[in-house]
Design a protein around this ligand. Structure first.
Ligand SMILES: Nc1ncnc2c1ncn2[C@@H]1O[C@H](COP(=O)(O)OP(=O)(O)O)[C@@H](O)[C@H]1O
Ligand SMILES: [Mg+2]
Length: 368
């Protein structure tokens, strides 16, 4: 029980002996410790090097523990810093007043080291859980903000078309109605794609996506999907090729995840390539792995793009070449799934030349 990720505890007491006793219990148990021998000293120490928890003596000359704690709670920078009072007396008044000025707990002298450690650990855990919730909440807000923003544009487009149809119906020839309806269908498809990407991302993050690892014949699945994309590629005069090299062993993976990973990678290759180019998918037997390469001759990526590649809502330099939708969640989903499968993904790309994504899947080991 020595690893607390270098949690840092500040001990404040005017009696050197107390600092020593508490300090050695804590540092012997793997905590980082600093000390202050007065209220003023404590405030200065906290301002220069923020601890994770403060152990604060109540009775000190000049500024007592209640004053120090009140000051900490008034300051937004330190208001969440957990303060545990050290009290010689078990007098109920002291304890109540400690809680009133914002302490989270108290320990009575003489100290029992197991109790001290248990209380410190509990409050450290609470601080970390709070911070994690705070971060998650912030991420959710950002996520919602972007999603709402991304739904606004297509909705106002549909609104615009529908208003025109409603109020200028007489000017709509059958051809115009066909055009407008196709526009609406295309726009709605984009919103549906956004929503299913959001739901996928959410399911993965909530841990609701149960992956079932089974031996899988990946060649059959991938070749099938490539053929499914033939028509879409043909519209842009893009040639799709599929190649296998070596005898492909079974991989250990989840079929749904494989489909989703490959779907994203091949649809990107087509989406970010100009017409009259080719997209080659290769499966290569590679020792304990099967390597999958998706190579395009498309717009490529800058070095800066490569750094942000797998982040959520990362819409990078390359933009769709055929009026397709771009949401920016596909590759973040791919990365999460690849990690969950124990596979690896990497990219090679040059602006204007093209991009190759490589995924290495571990092979299944125990098949009769
Ligand atoms: N094969 C590719 N070639 C060039 N750029 C790509 C390629 N794949 C993805 N990108 C870039 O990465 C961004 C994120 O991709 P992705 O997460 O799949 O979202 P989306 O396809 O919805 O935009 C894209 O917007 C694009 O700029
Ligand atoms: Mg995509």
């Amino acid at each position: 029980m020595t690893n607390h990720d270098e949690a840092h505890i500040l001990i404040v007491d005017d009696i050197p002996r107390n600092l020593q006793v508490l300090g050695s219990i804590l540092s012997e148990n793997g905590f980082g410790v600093s000390v202050a021998s007065s209220g003023q000293g404590a405030l200065e120490a906290i301002a220069t090097n923020m601890p994770d928890v403060v152990l604060l003596d109540i009775q000190m000359p000049d500024m007592d523990g209640f004053d120090v704690c009140s000051r900490l709670k008034e300051n937004p920078e330190t208001t969440d810093l957990p303060v545990i009072f050290l009290t010689a007396r078990t007098e109920i008044d002291d304890i109540v007043r400690g809680f009133e000025v914002g302490a989270v707990d108290y320990i009575t002298k003489p100290f029992i080291s197991q109790e001290l450690l248990a209380r410190v650990r509990t409050h450290l855990r609470l601080v970390r859980q709070n911070k994690r919730l705070h971060d998650l909440n912030k991420e959710k807000d950002e996520f919602l903000g972007i999603a709402a923003h991304d739904l606004r544009n297509p909705l106002s487009k549909i609104q615009f078309i529908a208003e025109k149809m409603a109020y200028q119906a007489e000017s709509f020839t059958p051809e115009l109605i066909t055009d407008a309806s196709e526009d609406i269908v295309h726009t709605v498809n984009g919103m549906m794609e956004l929503i299913s990407n959001l739901l996928d991302t959410n399911a993965i993050e909530q841990g609701h996506l149960a992956l079932e690892l089974n031996p899988i014949e990946i060649g059959v699945i991938i070749e099938h999907i490539v053929r499914d994309y033939d028509e879409r590629a043909a519209k842009k005069k893009i040639t799709l090729k599929y190649e296998e090299s070596g005898t492909l062993p079974f991989i250990q993976a989840d079929e749904v995840a494989i489909v989703q990973i490959f779907d994203n990678l091949i649809s990107n290759a087509i989406k970010y390539s100009p017409t009259r180019t080719q997209v080659i998918t290769r499966l290569i037997a590679d020792g304990a792995f099967v390597r999958m390469e998706i190579q395009d001759e498309g717009l490529g990526m800058t070095d800066d793009d490569k750094k942000r590649l797998f982040q959520k809502f990362a819409r990078l330099s390359a933009q769709p070449t055929g009026n397709e939708h771009s949401i920016g969640l596909g590759l973040s989903i791919v990365k999460t799934l690849v990690d969950r499968l124990g596979a690896e993904i990497s990219v090679q790309s040059a602006v204007g030349k093209g991009t190759t994504f490589t995924v290495r899947f571990p092979i299944a080991t125990n098949i009769e």
